[in-house]
Ligand binder design. Structure first.
Ligand SMILES: NC(=O)C1=CN([C@@H]2O[C@H](COP(=O)(O)OP(=O)(O)OC[C@H]3O[C@@H](n4cnc5c(N)ncnc54)[C@H](O)[C@@H]3O)[C@@H](O)[C@H]2O)C=CC1
Ligand SMILES: O=C(O)CCC(=O)C(=O)O
Length: 364
């Protein structure tokens, strides 16, 4: 891959390769844009097919965080890390401490948190080496696992999207197909079940499926069947790129609203579903609850304040759908415009007064 060409094309600021022979750490920190503030985004640990696949994932996820943080109204830029490895087998204490030292070396340009494959315990190890980490244990006065808060935000955003599609935001009796019932989706299913939705679930992890069947009366289907089931709402909550050329023709849902990052394989898939009349709740707008929650730690964590901000996801989804209808553009583009306009406004105003990026963190 021609890395500098890619960085130039999509305006990335920095990529850091971190290796530590003793612990086996192989990590890529991607910093996309710090116009709004330090880059905040989680650390994903995953077994990638190739180093190139890992680099591309880090870059795509980091850019997504720039847009997510901007659209959520946070004063934070976008970044993300991927650690190459199997989270069930390859973790050790030295690995996260070595990684923490790399983050410390960036002196606040990048702040991390959890993502797929990493946990609060991993963040606590990073915290031994740096303060530039969020989502650490509540014992440290922090917010802990962001997944339940992400789930609540997705639930609220899904209701806003349902209102646009069905005329009411009630999910009672709605059939919702949930792909992946991990940390976020388990909590999402709880909210949906409490509201009286009918759930169809799938996961490659049989125990996760079993739990959803037992606790929420969900119907289980095989992983590749989920796209074609009769349902009102498709909720992608596993990994990205599941809205693609193969899956779109199978979809029966009128709404796509879920937690996964980078749900559209390509932007043209957002155009296709728009033309089909499907209401798509843009991934980075609807799944911002976790980052809103962890970002609150930078101000001294206050759960009520964080949850109040998470509630804005409902109105943000409404706003995106409104722009989409007004301008006749797909919702993913409406969300991009909303985020880009905010970054541009701040770039123009900050450039005149700020030389060294004064930020809340500099008061810590
Ligand atoms: N945890 C959080 O607060 C946030 C998570 N997200 C995104 O939401 C998604 C889910 O995150 P988590 O629940 O934290 O991760 P998780 O790892 O706990 O859950 C993902 C689940 O998807 C399943 N899965 C993987 N591949 C699958 C496939 N092909 N078919 C069916 N199931 C499959 C896994 O077995 C797992 O149970 C990810 O894309 C993540 O990036 C986004 C914002 C915040
Ligand atoms: O919610 C988190 O754990 C941190 C933010 C993040 O990486 C994300 O929203 O994808």
């Amino acid at each position: 891959m021609e890395i500098f060409k890619y960085l130039e094309q999509y305006d990335y600021e920095q990529v850091v390769f971190c290796q530590d022979k003793q612990s086996g750490l192989k990590a890529i920190i991607a910093i996309h844009d710090t116009t709004l503030g330090p880059a905040l985004g989680g650390t994903r640990m995953w077994t990638y097919e190739s180093e190139e696949a890992a680099i591309i994932d880090a870059l795509r996820l980091a850019k997504g965080m720039t847009y997510k943080n901007a659209a959520a109204g946070l004063n934070l830029g976008g970044g993300k890390t991927v650690i190459i490895g199997d989270p069930r087998k390859d973790k050790n204490e030295e690995m996260f401490r070595a990684f923490g030292r790399y983050i410390q070396g960036l002196n606040g340009r990048y702040i991390t948190a959890e993502d797929v494959g990493t946990t609060v315990a991993d963040m606590d190890l990073i915290h031994e080496e740096t303060d530039y980490v969020t989502g650490i244990s509540p014992a440290f006065g922090s917010s802990g696992n962001p997944s339940p808060v992400t789930a609540y935000g997705v639930y609220r955003g899904m209701k806003a999207a349902a209102k646009a599609a069905f005329g009411s935001d009630s999910l009672e009796g709605k059939v919702i197909a949930v792909q992946g019932v991990g940390n976020v989706a388990y909590n999402l299913c709880r909210h949906l079940h409490e509201e009286g939705a009918q759930l169809i679930v799938t996961d490659i992890n049989k125990e996760a499926v079993q739990r959803a069947v037992e606790e929420f009366g969900a119907r289980a289907v095989d992983p590749n069947e989920i796209y074609g089931v009769e349902c009102d709402i498709y909720a992608p909550c596993a990994l990205g790129a599941t809205v693609n050329d193969d899956t779109i023709p199978q979809l029966k849902a009128k709404v796509i609203a879920g937690a996964a990052n980078n749900q559209l394989k390509d932007t043209r898939h957002g155009d296709i579903i728009h033309e089909m009349g499907i209401i798509y709740a843009p991934d980075y707008v609807i799944n911002a609850g976790g980052v809103i929650n962890v970002a609150d730690e930078l101000y001294g964590y206050n759960h009520d304040r964080a949850m109040k901000k998470v509630e804005t996801i409902y109105t943000n989804i409404e706003k995106v759908i409104e722009i989409s209808k007004r301008d006749g553009i797909p919702t993913y583009l409406a969300a991009d415009r909303m985020a880009e306009e905010r970054i541009e406004r701040m770039r123009n105003s900050r450039s005149q007064f700020l030389q060294n990026g004064h930020h809340i963190l500099s008061r810590r």
